[in-house]
Design a protein around this ligand. Structure first.
Ligand SMILES: [Fe+2]
Ligand SMILES: [Fe+2]
Length: 311
């Protein structure tokens, strides 16, 4: 927990299980991006689009991103966190029931909710979480907008909301740190929280919602910031490389560079894009595959109901 030789020692975890509750932000790209274009394009205010839960527009297409982290500390204590809370309340209610998240929340076995960023597919379904545990502590990134805080209040929240200051890693418990990165992206969203775990004898694991800050930037930050960062053991989550399945030379170079980081387990999904994951596989990256259940459409990457076990 001390800073030595310019790196931050966050401690270590014995084990980390990352369970994908839902990586499907939505089911059809054309529908969701058609709605964004109709709403005024990429720079419009996301809260003005009448998607669930604010409006019924294309409710059948809305799903959401949410992940359960179950960590075991070196003294054998299990600590659970929910990382994002998805979008469509009907979809999140279903997935939470299927994975027993509702019960864990009711029993107080999930200690906090981390919102990676304010995008609709990661955050708007917060009512599905709070109805089981209204006083849950919530972490949001710096840059969160007033409309987001209002939404949290309107969904009946009674607990603490902690804004993570940019570039000031917060050690949630030994072996797990949360960093807020400044960024500005699609639909006026600012700031993204990224999790870094240090696994005993294995190295670092990075967990992202969308990775809008750029996967290489987020990994380079870990390398220079955290003790043990020279060894990136695993990555999980959305990497926003080719969410629309478009491909170009800069994406090709990005994936080639990523292949030289020596990562042992690459469990990217969500907005990474199928094309990007296929390229990773072709370059020999150790892509973790899934089972294509519960709405996930491919076995190419880790999907809904699949887990990544580290440690
Ligand atoms: Fe997303
Ligand atoms: Fe996003």
């Amino acid at each position: 927990m001390s800073t030595t030789a310019q790196t931050l020692d966050i401690g270590v975890l014995k084990r980390l299980k990352i369970r994908c509750i839902s990586e499907t932000g939505w089911f059809d790209n054309a529908t969701v991006f058609g709605d964004i274009i109709k709403a005024g394009g990429a720079e419009s205010d996301q809260y003005r689009i009448p998607w669930p839960p604010f409006g019924a527009l294309h409710a059948d297409n809305a799903a959401g991103f949410s992940t359960l982290l179950e960590a075991e500390t070196t003294d054998g204590v299990i600590r659970r966190l929910l990382f994002d809370t998805g979008w469509n309340p009907a979809w999140m209610d279903r997935r939470f029931t299927e994975e027993g998240i509702d019960e864990l929340l009711r029993q107080g076995q999930i200690e906090a909710l981390i919102i990676s960023h304010e995008h609709f597919d990661h955050f708007w379904g917060i009512g599905s979480t709070l109805r089981h545990c209204p006083d849950l502590t919530i972490y949001v990134p710096e840059g969160f907008h007033p409309a987001g805080f209002t939404h949290i209040q309107q969904q009946g929240h009674t607990g603490r909301v902690i804004t993570v200051a940019s570039d000031q890693p917060l050690i949630l418990f030994p072996g797990l740190a949360l960093t807020s990165f400044p960024m500005h992206t699609l639909l006026q969203v600012d700031g993204e929280n990224v999790l870094y775990a240090h696994l005993q004898d294995q190295g670092l694991a990075m967990v992202t919602g969308c990775g809008h800050g750029g996967v290489l930037n987020l990994l380079d930050y870990a390398r220079r910031t955290f003790t043990g960062g020279e060894r990136i053991h695993a990555i999980y989550g959305g990497l926003h490389i080719a969410p629309l399945e478009d491909w170009d030379e800069s994406r090709e170079q990005l994936v080639k560079t990523l292949s030289r980081y020596g990562i042992a387990k690459v469990a990217c999904n969500h907005c990474t894009g199928r094309t990007a994951v296929e390229k990773m596989q072709a370059l020999g990256l150790p892509v973790v595959h899934g089972t294509a259940r519960h709405g996930s459409q491919t076995t190419l990457f880790l999907g809904n109901g699949d887990s990544l076990e580290l440690g």
